[in-house]
Design a protein around this ligand. Structure first.
Ligand code: SF4
Ligand code: SF4
Length: 363
């Protein structure tokens, strides 16, 4: 696909030329995932006009977050790096994750050339089952959906060349999460980034050995929003703190993605009643030290949600080397999804809400 200057930016797409009129039209690839997002129960319930989602997404584009922070003089370089460097965490986490990021970006296009010539299985249902059970054996929860290109940064369609994407969620350690906000030697989220960025490489290799081309994107990379895709793949629902809540681990997982050159059957989004539960709970909103989570839902990028305010969150994220208090206090994290739902459906009880004050004081 060609790169073209459009709207003052470079985009990937096709430029159609109509020779008789000299007219040029820029065409992005078909956005196969948009329909799934647009039909989500939450989007339907509040009757968002899918067109407005498109328009607002285009107006307020996704930006590559790490690079934006690096640009800021008081951002990662100014404050976070020296502190973490002193504690030996930059080399331990930053080094390995950056190396894996580079490895994924630079080597994967070459590895596509080494995809097995013979497909070991051609039935898409069986292909999906094989990939799913292999990824699950490595510790992932797995769902399949189509890429919604509105959630790819800077409209860059070459970041993910395939429309079918496999979402892989890896659990974060419960005990490390309990150490929040005073992490010891290990960082609860970066431990998962490290492990997941290694495991996703194995899953991608397995897919190539099956005879299918693919492209993996690790957690922390930031070029595609993973949460909407995890929700579209039926793995969970958006919680008030902006995290995908799953029945397996609540808010305590990190995502990565593999795009595959195969039309695998997709999983349907499910209504887990998380939005209604959150309306009765609001614990994360009360516990957030930066008051970064809006109490009321606001319109943001075409979606009515409790938007996190990055500028209020980041100082605490830096101070606590990852913060995550909104994850720690979440009843789905502490008691599990099944127990929370059982009590709530019985008589509206929110587990842990009565001792919320104790939890906050212990932070
Ligand atoms: S990470 Fe911390 S500061 Fe950020 S939203 Fe969660 S609780 Fe608030
Ligand atoms: S703490 Fe409560 S309001 Fe926040 S995400 Fe969890 S369930 Fe929802």
């Amino acid at each position: 696909m060609e790169q073209i200057e459009y709207d003052g930016r470079k985009h990937t797409g096709r430029l159609l030329k109509y020779s008789r009129t000299g007219l040029k039209v820029f065409v992005r690839p078909e956005n196969k995932g948009a329909e799934i997002t647009n039909s989500l129960p939450e989007v339907q319930k509040i009757k968002i006009d899918p067109l407005s989602l498109d328009v607002v997404t285009n107006v307020s584009e996704l930006k590559f977050l790490p690079s934006r922070r690096l640009e800021h003089p008081l951002g990662v370089i100014g404050l976070e790096f020296p502190k973490m460097f002193k504690r030996g965490k930059i080399m331990h986490y930053g080094g390995t994750i950056l190396l894996r990021m580079v490895k994924m970006k630079k080597f994967q296009p070459i590895l596509r050339l080494f995809t097995a010539r013979e497909k070991v299985e051609t039935d898409p249902v069986k292909v999906k089952e094989m990939i799913k059970s292999y990824a699950e054996s490595l510790g992932y929860i797995v769902g399949v959906t189509r890429l919604d290109r509105r959630f790819v940064i800077n409209h860059d369609d070459k970041i993910m060349p395939y429309d079918t994407v496999i979402m892989l969620g890896m659990e974060m350690d419960f005990n490390l999460c309990e150490e929040i906000p005073n992490p010891g030697k290990k960082l609860w989220d970066f431990e998962t980034y490290r492990k997941s960025s290694l495991m996703v490489w194995h899953v991608a290799r397995y897919i190539r050995k099956m005879g299918y081309q693919c492209h993996a994107i690790i957690s922390f990379e930031g070029s595609i929003k993973f949460v909407p895709h995890a929700i579209n793949a039926g793995l969970g629902e958006l919680g008030a703190q902006g995290i995908c809540i799953t029945p397996q681990y609540g808010p305590r997982q990190r995502w990565c993605m593999i795009g595959i050159d195969a039309d695998l059957p997709i999983d349907q989004p499910k209504d887990y009643h998380v939005a209604d539960y959150c309306d009765d709970c609001l614990l994360c909103i009360k516990a957030c030290p930066g008051r970064a989570i809006h109490k009321e839902r606001i319109w943001y990028r075409g979606v009515l949600k409790r938007k996190n305010d990055d500028t209020k969150c980041f100082p605490f994220f830096r101070k606590y080397e990852g913060c995550g208090i909104c994850i720690k206090v979440c009843p789905f994290n502490r008691y599990g999804y099944a127990a929370c739902m059982e009590e709530w459906k019985k008589d509206g009880t929110i587990l842990g809400k009565s001792d919320a004050k104790k939890i906050m004081e212990s932070l």
